[in-house]
Design a protein around this ligand. Structure first.
Ligand SMILES: [Zn+2]
Ligand SMILES: [Zn+2]
Length: 279
């Protein structure tokens, strides 16, 4: 199924997501024209930092400055969003941001640099929700070829961490996948869209690997989805056990209702969320 058809079908069965889906489509459409990065990191120089747990975008050795292209893409996206017909709560923020970026030619690049070096730690929320969402959407398009190349180049054994190897964000979701040894787990970054391998029985947020302190909450209405929960830090990972429409399901917004459910059960979202626009 194409992504568009899959999205349409998903919204039919989850009508309460229609608003967020429409906004997502608007932003994606604005970001689609962003020029992908043509420069590449200094892979050989980055090897030592990878082993030491330094994410690619924060490595001085990798020498990958994404601010110029990221900033240009952010300006375009913000201008498009500010001109769109949106609910007042978002429209006001978008217009203010557009104004700010127009007044200071360096502001867009500075915003991207802030996102990249200050990727949120687990569970942290701070101001700038809209710029974070639009900035990371810009970066997803700009960085796509680098993320793909990093995925092919990276020896997963050398990372093995719960946070994203590209940007350092805490994971937004997880998926069970088939690997040579049987079933493996991949975590998904909601900020830069990297996916990486992680131990199946361990919490990516606090490192707890005591199987008695880890649990699975099945969800009756969503057979392909579950919550992998940690009793030590009360964190959870929304986990997809299916295989169809992986890109759509792992995009985070299609499963925002599971975050509500997890909160009702006493768990806390520790993965980075781009959808807390009011924050
Ligand atoms: Zn990332
Ligand atoms: Zn934990």
């Amino acid at each position: 199924m194409t992504n568009d058809a899959a999205t349409k079908k998903w919204i039919e069965s989850h009508p309460y997501l229609e608003g967020v889906a429409a906004f997502q489509a608007l932003v994606e459409g604005a970001a689609a024209g962003a020029a992908p990065l043509t420069r590449r990191p200094a892979w050989d120089a980055y090897v030592a930092d990878l082993a030491a747990g330094v994410p690619l975008l924060r490595s001085a050795r990798a020498q990958l400055d994404v601010a110029p292209e990221g900033g240009a893409a952010l300006r375009t996206i913000v201008a498009r969003v500010a001109a769109a017909d949106l609910p007042p709560s978002i429209a006001e923020g978008a217009r203010a941001l557009d104004e700010e970026l127009r007044q200071d030619p360096r502001a867009s690049e500075a915003a991207i640099a802030w996102l990249v070096c200050g990727a949120l730690e687990k569970g942290e929320t701070e101001g700038g929700g809209l710029v974070r969402y639009l900035g990371w959407t810009a970066l997803q398009h700009v960085l796509a070829p680098v993320v793909a190349e990093f995925d092919r180049w990276r020896d997963e054994e050398r990372w093995g961490r719960g946070d994203c190897p590209t940007c350092g964000s805490a994971p937004t979701m997880g998926a069970l996948v088939t690997v040579a040894e049987g079933r493996g787990r991949r975590l998904a970054c909601g900020a830069c869209r990297t996916r990486w391998a992680f131990k199946r029985v361990a919490c990516p947020f606090c490192g707890n690997d005591d199987a008695h302190r880890l649990g699975v909450l099945e969800i009756d209405q969503e057979p392909g989805l579950r919550l992998d929960v940690c009793e030590q830090c009360k964190g959870y990972v929304k986990t997809y056990t299916g295989t169809r429409d992986l890109d759509l399901v792992l995009a985070d917004w299609p499963t925002l209702h599971l975050d509500v459910l997890a909160r009702e059960r006493g768990y806390e979202r520790l993965g980075v969320s781009l959808y807390e626009l009011g924050a």
